[in-house]
Design a binder for this molecule. Structure first.
Ligand code: HEM
Length: 573
């Protein structure tokens, strides 16, 4: 519920400051008192030169420096509010319950805590140390942020219309994402894009209509895996998954597929250009950029040259997508030709009247689909396969389920595999143990002062996050949270029947509410089909020279730090 007025009265703020000033004066006189007392009465200090000779000055200096350091730390502690620099003026105490949080450093807040290691784990342990799992306030430079590690508070936030905007990074802005679905502010334009995408790109009918393409990409991937296995005795799976994912999205969105093995110079160059643009875009969007949080630094600090690289990439993307738009336009007219099998470019070109989009807007929307749809599916499949290689008995049980259902029939479709309960449980358990968006990928922004049910008020314009990793790894939410146990999702075996699409926030890897991932059905259909085919066709084993390493790294998505290199023994011809 938004607050119409701020419940923190001015008088309490003044009182708070007065108390602090009093504290400061008392502390000042105490320290001065200690200093003068020690100089006047501690006669033994005067004997020190006799003992340590010229070291006397040095000792005095040391004492002085230590005192100054203590004083500075004390002043900083006094000067910074709970939550850090961005939470001045009692912003964390606008409701009946204040929001706890770390004070962090001056200017930077907790940026330095987050730019190394795994931010989701750092934030989870900070929240638990400060008893701030319901909500924790912190500062990302001058940006005020809150994060929850609690499923009930997460549900309130994600489902509230007052958290339906997103903060946008510099790189995303310069790569045109402010006009795409994920970053467009909550309003008429964003609603139009969501409606068009839900009807024409992500509806169950459209997903079924594009099944042939998905099967084709999958067949090409299986063939490439078999070939690499027979050539090298080991398979670097991520590359194959990324190629298949790229083609899958290119087919659905652009109506264009590539043959990655083809040696034809022209098509090879196009594929390489596309791969390179996607790689560069991922790096730029996923990079930690200090200037997003300390804006004045952008004038002299850009070690990764993000600004420069974004301004090089944007025109390349525009040229590439514009070429595809022009090719489609040459085929037009669109309106009457739209069918379930049409690609998304056709759909966007067919919009008329108020709905008609400018070329730059279409480019942004289409480009975003490539970005969101490619790595998510590839990386999630890689995590599933890593767990299956490590847990051979689970892999064997899944293969048994597949063999029972299909024998040696190779032509499985998503409709077939969607019925397999153990496969479904494996995908869910992987999303629980390795959520590829541990902080739900994209934060939300509060558009009003919002009071939560626990009495805490999140002020307007606060970057708001959900730590899905902390929720899915908390022993009070999930039993044995660090173990891979698909049975927890099998009702017949004492597990629970669980919907992961945003209904129950104990596991909501696609987010929830009006900004929930629109690609969730497409993503799940693709990953489930791929895992089924990979396990039905090959037996997957560890490669002893490259043991499976589940260490994570958080880029745009949370991926395996060491990509999976495994042995794939062919089963069915
Ligand atoms: C399988 C893996 C996927 C996962 C785990 C995933 C996860 C997410 C998450 C956590 C969000 C933020 C939701 C929120 O704020 O509540 C999101 C947003 C989004 N996802 Fe996905 N996603 C996946 C696949 C896809 C695919 C295949 C596409 C499209 C081709 C896609 C397109 C989008 C878009 C456009 C948004 C922004 C929605 C908006 O702000 O209105 N995602 N996704």
């Amino acid at each position: 519920m938004p607050l119409l007025f701020t419940p923190t009265p001015i008088s309490s703020f003044t009182l708070f400051n007065l108390l602090n000033i009093l504290n400061f004066i008392i502390a000042y006189y105490t320290i001065m008192g200690i200093l003068s007392t020690s100089l006047d009465t501690n006669w033994w200090v005067l004997t020190l030169p006799a003992i340590v000779g010229t070291h006397h000055n040095m000792l005095n200096n040391l004492i002085f420096v230590a005192l100054i350091a203590l004083l500075t730390i004390w002043i900083l502690g006094w000067a910074f509010p709970v939550g850090g620099v961005a939470w001045r003026n009692g912003r964390n105490q606008m409701g009946p319950s204040p929001i706890p949080g770390p004070k962090g450093f001056p200017i930077f807040g907790i940026l330095f805590h987050l730019n190394h290691g795994l931010p989701h784990q750092t934030l989870a342990s900070m929240a638990s140390t400060l008893s701030a799992t319901q909500l924790m306030a912190f500062s990302l430079g001058s940006t005020p942020a809150v994060i929850t590690s609690n499923p009930n508070i997460a549900r309130e936030i994600l489902n509230s219309p007052y958290f339906a905007d997103r903060p946008i990074k510099e790189s995303a802005k310069s790569l045109m994402f402010s006009r795409a679905i994920g970053f467009a502010p909550n309003g008429a334009y964003w609603r139009l894009l969501r409606k068009v995408a839900s009807t024409h790109m992500f509806s169950p009918k459209r997903i079924v209509a594009h099944e042939a393409g998905r099967l084709h990409d999958c067949a090409a991937m299986l063939q490439a895996v078999a070939q690499e296995q027979s050539q090298n005795g080991v398979v670097f799976l991520r590359k194959h998954l990324q190629d298949a994912a790229l083609n899958n999205i290119m087919g659905t969105v652009f109506g264009k597929r590539y043959n990655f093995e083809e040696q034809n110079q022209n098509s090879y160059e196009q594929v390489e250009e596309l791969r390179e643009m996607v790689r560069e875009g991922f790096e730029l969007l996923g990079a930690f950029n200090l200037c997003d949080y300390v804006p004045w630094m952008r004038f002299f600090y850009d070690p990764l040259h993000i600004k420069e690289r974004c301004s090089c990439l944007t025109p390349r993307v525009k040229r590439f997508v514009k070429r595809v738009l022009d090719e489609h336009r040459m085929v037009g007219p669109y309106k009457k030709n739209i069918s379930d099998g049409s690609d998304f470019v056709d759909v966007l070109l067919s919009l008329e009247g108020d709905e008609k989009l400018q070329d730059d807007d279409m480019i942004a929307v289409l480009w975003e689909m490539i970005f969101r749809g490619t790595d998510t599916t590839a990386l999630l499949t890689e995590w599933v396969m890593a767990e299956l290689v490590l847990n051979q008995q689970i892999q064997a049980r899944l293969r048994h389920e597949l063999d029972n259902a299909f024998g040696d029939n190779n032509h499985l479709t998503y409709a077939d595999v969607a019925k397999l309960t153990y496969l479904d449980a494996i995908v869910k358990e992987t999303l629980r143990l390795h959520p590829i968006g541990p902080l739900l990928s994209w934060a939300r922004l509060s558009t009003s002062d919002v009071q939560l049910s626990n009495g805490m008020v999140v002020p307007a314009n606060t970057t708001t996050m959900v730590n899905m990793w902390a929720i899915t790894h908390h022993p009070s939410v999930w039993e044995d949270p660090f173990e891979f146990k698909p049975e927890r999702f099998l009702k017949g075996e004492g597990g629970i029947d669980f919907d992961i699409k945003g209904v129950d926030l104990r596991l909501a890897p696609f987010g929830a509410g009006r900004r929930v991932c629109p690609g969730k059905n497409l993503g799940l259909a693709t990953v489930t089909l791929w895992v089924a085919k990979l396990v039905h066709r090959f037996e997957w084993l560890q490669n002893m020279a490259n043991p499976v390493d589940l260490t994570e790294v958080l880029k745009l998505s949370c991926e395996m730090k060491t990509p999976l290199k495994v042995v794939a023994i062919p089963r069915v011809a």
